[in-house]
Design a protein around this ligand. Structure first.
Ligand SMILES: [Fe+2]
Ligand SMILES: [Fe+2]
Length: 172
């Protein structure tokens, strides 16, 4: 991903990136060829790129978008122990992710919560209320498509940088 995109993700999401949960997301499989962590970074990159492309430069919105993207699938972590099957995971992970977001960030932002809770639209029928949520819906779909066709923005170098930021990489 481009430096400017990576820098924005770090600027607005560093406290989430530095948690144990975020670090462990790089070792949980997601879809066929990626991990939750790699997918998360791809979604955050799409979210930031959307904002920049559409002239959304205010720090508040950018921050909400980055934090929604970084947290939206963290509820999938540990799925084997939490969910009976894929359907239950699909249905329940947004709620688990929003709980993770509040727990990891220590904040309770209505716009971020709403974005995470309703990011499965239109698969789940409840639509997001704010623009941050719509940006997440788009970013999630776009990043997933890029993963499936093997054209993700997230390089091995990006993954290395984010893992190092967690401060845990040298202990592994
Ligand atoms: Fe999801
Ligand atoms: Fe996702």
């Amino acid at each position: 991903m481009k430096d400017i995109v990576r820098d924005m993700i770090i600027r607005y999401g560093i406290d989430i990136i530095q948690t144990d949960e975020f670090y462990s997301s790089f070792s949980q499989k997601h879809h066929i060829r990626t991990t939750v962590g790699e997918h998360t970074l791809g979604v955050a990159a799409e979210g930031v790129k959307f904002c920049l492309r559409h002239g959304i430069h205010d720090g508040k919105t950018l921050r909400n978008v980055v934090r929604s993207c970084l947290s939206h699938d963290l509820g999938i972590l540990g799925r084997q122990d939490k969910f009976k099957n894929n359907y239950e995971c699909l249905k329940k992970h947004p709620k688990h992710s929003s709980e993770k977001y509040r727990q990891l960030s220590g904040e309770d932002n209505d716009r971020v919560n709403d974005a995470i809770l309703y990011h499965m639209f239109p698969l789940r029928l409840h639509a997001p209320k704010y623009k941050e949520g719509w940006i997440l819906v788009l970013a999630d779909k776009k990043a997933s498509i890029k993963e499936h066709i093997g054209k993700t923005d997230v390089t091995q170098e990006d993954i290395k940088i984010f893992k190092e930021l967690s401060g845990k990489e040298d202990q592994q």
